[in-house]
Write a protein that binds this ligand. Sequence first.
Ligand code: FAD
Length: 573
Amino acid sequence: MSAVVVIGAGPIGTCLVERICANAPQSGRGRVLDLHVVDPYPPGAGRSWRIGQPGVLRADSAAGSLTVFTDAATRPVRPGPSLAEWLGSEPEYSASRSEVGGYLAYAFERVVRGTPANVRVRVHRARAVGLVESAGAQRVELSTGGQLEADAVVLAQGHLDVPPSAAETVEAAFAERHGLTYLPSGRPADLDLEVVPAGEPVLIRGAGRAFVDLVTLLTVGRGGRFTEGRQGEPVYLPSGDEPLLYVGSRRGVPHHARPGYRLAGPLPDLPRFVTAATSAGELRQAVAKELAYAYYHELFSRHPARTRTTWETFEAAFTRAEWGDKAMRALVTKSVPGFADRLHLDRLEHPLHGMRFGDLAGLQRWMHGYLAADLERRADPSFSADLAMIHGLLSARAALAAGVATDLWLQRLSGLLAGGPSLARQAELRALARAGVVTFLGAEPRIEQDEAAGAWRATSPTVPGLTTARALIEARQPAPSVRRSTDPLIAGLFAWGECREVSGLLDVRLPDRRLVTRTGAVHDHRFALGPWTAGGIAGFDGPGGIAPLLRDADALARTVLAQVAGSWLHAAA
Ligand SMILES: Cc1cc2nc3c(=O)[nH]c(=O)nc-3n(C[C@H](O)[C@H](O)[C@H](O)COP(=O)(O)OP(=O)(O)OC[C@H]3O[C@@H](n4cnc5c(N)ncnc54)[C@H](O)[C@@H]3O)c2cc1C
């Protein structure tokens, strides 16, 4: 027997299948490797990108940077179109999730069509519900009652479901008592938003990716539309069916928009200061220095007119100084005259820190300016140092050991700087804010139950007064938790001590991504890759973009092939 099972056929499962086929040895000495792909959803699109979800839901990444095919950076190259090339769209086009799903389905089919003669791909439209070891083989049990035997199993299950948290259960009970509307965290595309009343205030907790989806579904999804304003900017025309959305999040601001340009030239080798040995205690300092290094390298090399010394001189002093200390501050002030050209990481992270407004209207005026400034800067390649900083951040994440890479601060920083909406989406958010459909509540909001009033009330130190509402929506993906996952496969492995969690994520040994058991042993035949795994990757921005999916999938495919080579090739020898 020579077989590999890939569980999950979303973009990561698809890339793995593609890379296993690309790296398969030319000859299997007459033997065939069975590559089983298991997913209850159609392969390629999988669950997150399934075709037919509301067309108003869009990908964050521009169509030109979404691809599951390799370029010269990942060998062997098996070329294929990016989403933009497949659609025939502009690279900046913001495709719907459903369109992305169509592309991924096509990509999966193309991969299967191009399978080498010694690899056979078999798709099983089923859920994997169990994984056991039997007579030296891995046995995957399927929801259809079938079983698959394999030499290696790769989990590529994406984001898993968890039941509502204790806090969410308390909110749901409060809503039940008072006849209110409450939606716990989850995928916006899966929520029943019909229950959200039109024309009434609705509190939204969270301003990240799920927030953007929710806002879209509750505005354009309810018949509102955008027209073009005098400067070409979107202007929102309400339908009258949308609720009034009051948004509270820790920072009080949404994520930064994704830069709308590419870097003009290569970056230095990164990371410089973060290594796998960086401890949790050193993490913030090292990551901040890494970001700043990438940022200033780009500024000095591409925009030297805005600096007062050479990169070599700056780099030597920068390397000696500690991030944030007096010497570093003096170096930056002396070498970079423009205030807007200096990296103000604290301000980026907490733009509302210490700010107080007289009323909500004052805060909204500030927020409109904040969003306008973000749109302008993220569209402007003369601020390419911002994009270099994102590369620095991702290089640091890739280098860190599993436990540290899942640090909450780092995850949040990544969301804020690198996981935001496209420029087009951010412009629409600004239009919705200007139309008064979206109101920002300020930083560090408190959302409390008011039993007497039978409503929630929200307050924030940023602005006096309170906002009350009879509807509350948690705008976030549930925090990952292997321990609480409702996925039968993961629940079973966890219960038997055959996997363990680290910061809620599935623990794998890096760099080979073998599953780690409760005792810390490493399983030779089980692997995992994806957003729910330690040191995992979230997106699938491709070549020229910034997500390392193709590189990671390629490395894992080689490891898996090396693992099965014994039974596949040598058995036939
Ligand atoms: C709403 C949303 C929007 C996003 N937008 C972007 C974006 O614009 N750009 C970007 O780069 N990234 C984006 N991401 C990040 C996203 O995580 C990745 O793009 C990508 O979907 C991750 O790929 P995946 O294959 O790991 O997960 P998924 O796409 O979720 O696929 C995992 C698959 O595993 C299957 N599965 C799970 N458990 C089992 C089981 N027990 N048996 C069988 N099959 C199973 C599921 O059915 C699913 O099809 C977004 C994520 C979300 C949730």
